[in-house]
Design a protein around this ligand. Structure first.
Ligand code: CA2
Length: 145
């Protein structure tokens, strides 16, 4: 089993700004956490990719087909705007889990619409970086069922 973890715009700034919302750990810490959680959950390959560009995320989703068994995705701000990412997730048809570091439902109203979430079988939000480990475990359980 192979999992791809995708991260959207500005998540490379983790640990640098807004620690009150996103914590003090860095993007490198997040990559390490995903590799460890993926191995622990039984994934052979854990791909981790971040981009600030919508099209690059769409490309990564398309290229996951035939390579990965599922996707964990934090589209960041594109969560709330990107029909292109929703369409790409639907097009590849891979099981996907949406993850957010913050509790998006308790923030501004514009964060309460999730297009990408419409193509995901589960969502984890408000658990900080550990939410990625939770999402990876959920994907593993889904694939094993
Ligand atoms: O809570 C999440 O994971 C979000 O996906 C993060 C996005 C935000 O637009 C979503 O509504 C919720 C923002 C990511 C920006 O990350 C930063 C990290 C450190 C400093 C500044 C931004």
């Amino acid at each position: 089993m192979n999992v791809l973890v995708l991260n959207g715009p500005n998540l490379n700034m983790l640990g640098i700004r807004e620690p009150g919302i996103y914590g003090t750990q860095t993007y490198d810490d997040l990559e390490d956490l995903c590799h460890a959680a993926g191995a622990e959950a039984g994934f052979e390959t854990v791909g981790v990719f971040q981009s600030n560009h919508e099209g690059d995320l769409v490309d990564a989703i398309q290229e996951a087909r035939g390579v990965y068994d599922g996707i964990v995705i934090n589209p960041a701000a594109y969560t709330h705007t990107s029909i292109a990412i929703l369409d790409a997730l639907k097009a590849v048809g891979l099981p996907a889990v949406e993850v957010h570091i913050s509790d998006v439902d308790s923030r501004e109203p514009f964060r309460q619409t999730s297009y990408a979430g419409m193509a995901c079988f589960a969502r984890v939000a408000g658990e900080g970086l550990q939410g990625y480990a939770h999402a990876i475990r959920m994907l593993a359980e889904h694939l094993e069922a």
